[in-house]
Design a protein around this ligand. Structure first.
Ligand code: ATP
Ligand code: MG
Length: 387
């Protein structure tokens, strides 16, 4: 396949959220025109693309229009129907494939893929009916019951300690197909982003150490402050293996748990750039979004070079509701007075609790310097300083 050249080709993205917006920014910087397909009239990506097709993901007319006007098409989230990608693939360059996205859409299928790729994941049981529920090994408790599909930011998850609680939780989740995972003693959470081209070329970003609060990513630090070199090597090798076993094209994020007993297990993967990779926009000579563009367009994939120690703070809508009343925007002028701070807001007008409004990247020459500034920024914002 010849490359889709900057300044000539038009790139499309399914989904209009912040990841789509940052894809569009990266593509436009390279000289591509961009088209976003999203059912919402107002969307972060639709607001910056050259064109916004307002249509459902399976709308024939919308997909036909996207295929007519775009040379290459990607997705910004994994819950876009795989069928939409498959339909488009008959007409245009599409990456990642509908088949790869379908694996990431379903926790049970995803876990089977990890096991087939030889990468260990959490001990688990698939629960789709009463018989499977009755057959659950009590050794998996305490555990977390997760819906197989459509979960994000810890939604669709319930912690359970007993078989009775498990039955209640499954009923609460409306008896949709679920996966029960053993609750693992986590030492730290890590993630690795890889980018892979259609020709099989594969590159990776350095290991990212992630802190979650209430099931939502809060802080990412790179270099990972607590991760020994041998664990980093294992995580990178596992992430590459997962991508190759999927014959994956595009940017893939693989999330890991590093356990108290020293084992590394894979948690889940996302077939797209990831919140934990947002630091690459300022801390690396190539961002995860530029690699997403390059992989889609069939351009060479440079090995990313981290030039600055980096910390990313996620900015949730809660920050807008500090004092009484609200919403009021945080004191960005004071935050941006700190050295090496880079603010990215997603253009969302209404702040809501738990809603991802933006992120703040802090870069510095040394991890200690980045850490000191990130703590100051967190304190100014009223965020916890527990990292
Ligand atoms: P997202 O897609 O936004 O990353 P999600 O809703 O798919 O999140 P998970 O990644 O499955 O959710 O879980 C969210 C967080 O809950 C994890 O990052 C981890 O902190 C915790 N968690 C999940 N599974 C386990 C487990 N088996 N043992 C211990 N902690 C867990
Ligand atoms: Mg996760």
């Amino acid at each position: 396949m010849p490359a889709l050249l900057p300044g000539v080709a038009t790139l499309g993205v399914l989904g209009g959220g912040q990841l789509g917006r940052m894809f569009v920014h990266a593509a436009q910087a390279l000289g591509y025109r961009c088209i976003v397909l999203d059912p919402d009239a107002i969307s972060p990506a639709g607001a910056v693309a050259e064109k916004h097709i307002k249509a459902d993901y399976l709308d024939h007319f919308g997909l036909a229009q996207l295929a007519r006007d775009c040379d290459g098409i990607t997705t910004e989230f994994e819950n876009v129907p795989a069928l939409a990608l498959e339909t488009l693939a008959g007409m245009r360059t599409v990456a990642p494939s509908g088949a790869a996205v379908a694996v990431c859409q379903d926790r049970a299928v995803e876990k089977a893929h990890f096991e087939a790729a030889g990468v260990p994941c959490a001990p688990h049981a698939v629960i789709t009916n009463e018989i499977e529920l009755a057959a659950v090994d009590p050794g998996l408790l305490p555990g977390i019951l997760k819906t197989s599909r459509m979960g994000y930011d810890g939604k669709g998850q319930m912690r359970v300690s007993t078989i009775a609680e498990l039955a209640l939780a499954w009923a609460h989740l409306k008896r949709v197909p679920c996966v029960l995972e053993q609750l693992l003693p986590l030492k730290f959470e890590l993630s690795v982003l890889v980018a892979r081209g259609a020709d099989g070329q594969i590159v990776n970003f350095p290991v990212q150490q992630n802190l979650h609060r209430d099931g939502i990513l809060a802080v990412t630090e790179v270099p990972a402050p607590d991760v020994p070199a041998e664990v980093e090597k294992l995580a990178i090798a596992a992430a590459r293996q997962v991508a190759e076993a999927l014959d994956y094209v595009g940017v893939l994020c693989v999330e890991f748990f590093w356990l108290e007993d020293g084992r590394l297990v894979v948690n889940e993967m996302a077939p797209r750039p990831h919140n934990s990779g947002h630091w690459t926009m300022n801390g690396c000579d190539v961002s995860q979004f530029e690699l997403q563009v390059r992989a889609l367009a069939g351009l060479p994939l440079p090995e990313p070079r981290q030039h600055s120690a980096s910390i990313m703070l996620n900015l949730l809508g809660d920050l807008w509701f500090k004092a009484d009343g609200g919403p009021t925007p945080p004191a960005w002028d004071r935050v941006l007075a700190l050295p090496g701070t880079h603010l990215h807001l997603y253009g969302k007008t209404d702040a809501r609790h738990g809603r991802k409004m933006g992120h703040l990247n802090v870069t510095a020459e040394t991890p200690a310097a980045a850490h000191a500034v990130a703590l100051q920024a967190a304190a100014l914002l009223g965020l916890p300083t527990d990292f």
